[in-house]
Design a protein around this ligand. Structure first.
Ligand SMILES: [Fe+2]
Ligand SMILES: [Fe+2]
Length: 369
């Protein structure tokens, strides 16, 4: 899990190496943090690190930024420049790189100065959906050839959006019915683009592009397929797609907090998505990030300091006031009422500071009498 260096503690274990400004390795993967290491990281201006969250697989930890960025650029090049002559070979090469990166956790690309611009949402989305889908495929014991089919379909799943007008795609307000039905054509547009121009596209990959908006209960589009009519690889892409879309900020909507998305996906088994895929998916994501501030049902506010892998919705919370730790697995009557946003946290801190000043003043008045 990637967390801010503000929240790192001694004993946490790194799941990714940390590099300095010139690309030199500061700390290796697997290092356990000590007070000295923590001070040195802060001195080097390192803002985030990847630590072991106790989860077997953790999506936020799967790729180094540099790999994600490089794949995004290659996919963008294929989709925007080659467009109707996409090289499936180039796409599968990228998928292979992602698979290697996920499985081995090794660093593949050396260029640390590559920067991705913010206007690359579609490509970041495609790479994230592909990464998450590959992790799911690995968890479901897919072999390499199936992972390549899955990854290729997922990298290209929204290809058809290049045929939809940007004014519709990026409209900040609610879409009217004509606009919505235009958006709903993108799976078919993408499928046709692939079949018309690429003999080497695998039919399984092309089907992912066509069926990634189908739903288990038949309410999806474009074909309205139901249950087992939808291939498992398309279901994998669909869950990853929904998860990534709603956990990312867009012009027309704020990102939903991870714990709400987690609960939503948990409730979607055999309604939106096949149960088996939902169960595998829930093992790849975490509902609460270490360091996030939560309000508890007993009125206290605390920071998530550790996770319970067997019960991800019941983490260990350290109270902001007393620094006492509450393990929500043991304290069954206490629940998390919500995540605090940045503005709420500042307000909470001001209130607590005022309370302290108040009690100090009271003590002074008291002793003065
Ligand atoms: Fe889509
Ligand atoms: Fe998508």
């Amino acid at each position: 899990m990637r967390i801010s260096t503000k929240f790192i503690e001694t004993g946490m274990r790194l799941t990714r190496p940390i590099y300095g400004r010139n690309g030199e390795t500061l700390l290796n993967r697997g290092t356990t943090l000590t007070t000295q290491y923590i001070m040195s990281l802060r001195r080097h201006g390192i803002l985030t690190v990847n630590i072991d969250s106790g989860f077997e697989e953790d999506f936020s930890d799967a790729l180094e930024d540099i790999v994600r960025c490089s794949v995004m650029k290659k996919v963008q090049h294929e989709i925007m420049v080659n467009r109707n002559r996409i090289s499936i070979k180039n796409i599968t090469n990228q998928v292979e790189m992602l698979i290697d990166e996920i499985i081995s956790g090794k660093k593949i690309i050396g260029n640390l100065t590559e920067i991705c611009s913010a206007d690359m949402y579609t490509y970041a989305h495609s790479v994230d959906v592909c990464t998450l889908s590959l992790m799911l495929g690995i968890r479901l014991n897919y072999k390499k050839d199936k992972l390549l089919q899955l990854g290729t379909g997922c990298l290209l799943h929204d290809l058809g959006k290049t045929k939809v007008l940007p004014e519709i795609l990026n409209k900040p307000g609610v879409l009217d019915s004509a606009e919505f039905s235009e958006i709903k054509k993108h799976p078919l547009y993408g499928y046709k683009m692939l079949l018309d121009n690429n003999e080497d596209i695998d039919p399984e990959s092309a089907n992912i592009v066509l069926d990634h908006h189908e739903k288990y209960d038949g309410s999806g589009y474009p074909r309205g397929l139901k249950g087992q009519e939808i291939a498992e690889m398309s279901v994998i892409c669909a869950v990853a797609d929904v998860y990534n879309a709603i956990t990312t900020d867009r012009i027309y909507r704020r990102a939903m907090p991870p714990h709400e998305v987690y609960e939503m996906i948990m409730a979607s088994g055999n309604m939106m998505f096949e149960q088996r895929v939902v169960e595998a998916f829930l093992k790849c994501i975490v509902p609460y990030n270490i360091g996030s501030i939560v309000r508890l049902s007993n009125g206290f506010v605390g920071r998530v300091c550790r996770l319970n892998p067997s019960l991800p919705l019941r983490p260990i919370i350290r109270l902001l006031d007393s620094r006492e730790e509450i393990n929500l697995v043991q304290e069954k009557s206490i629940v998390i009422n919500g995540l605090l946003q940045h503005e709420d946290i500042i307000k909470e801190e001001i209130d607590r500071a005022l309370e302290k000043v108040g009690s100090f003043k009271f003590r002074q008045d008291f002793t003065a009498i």
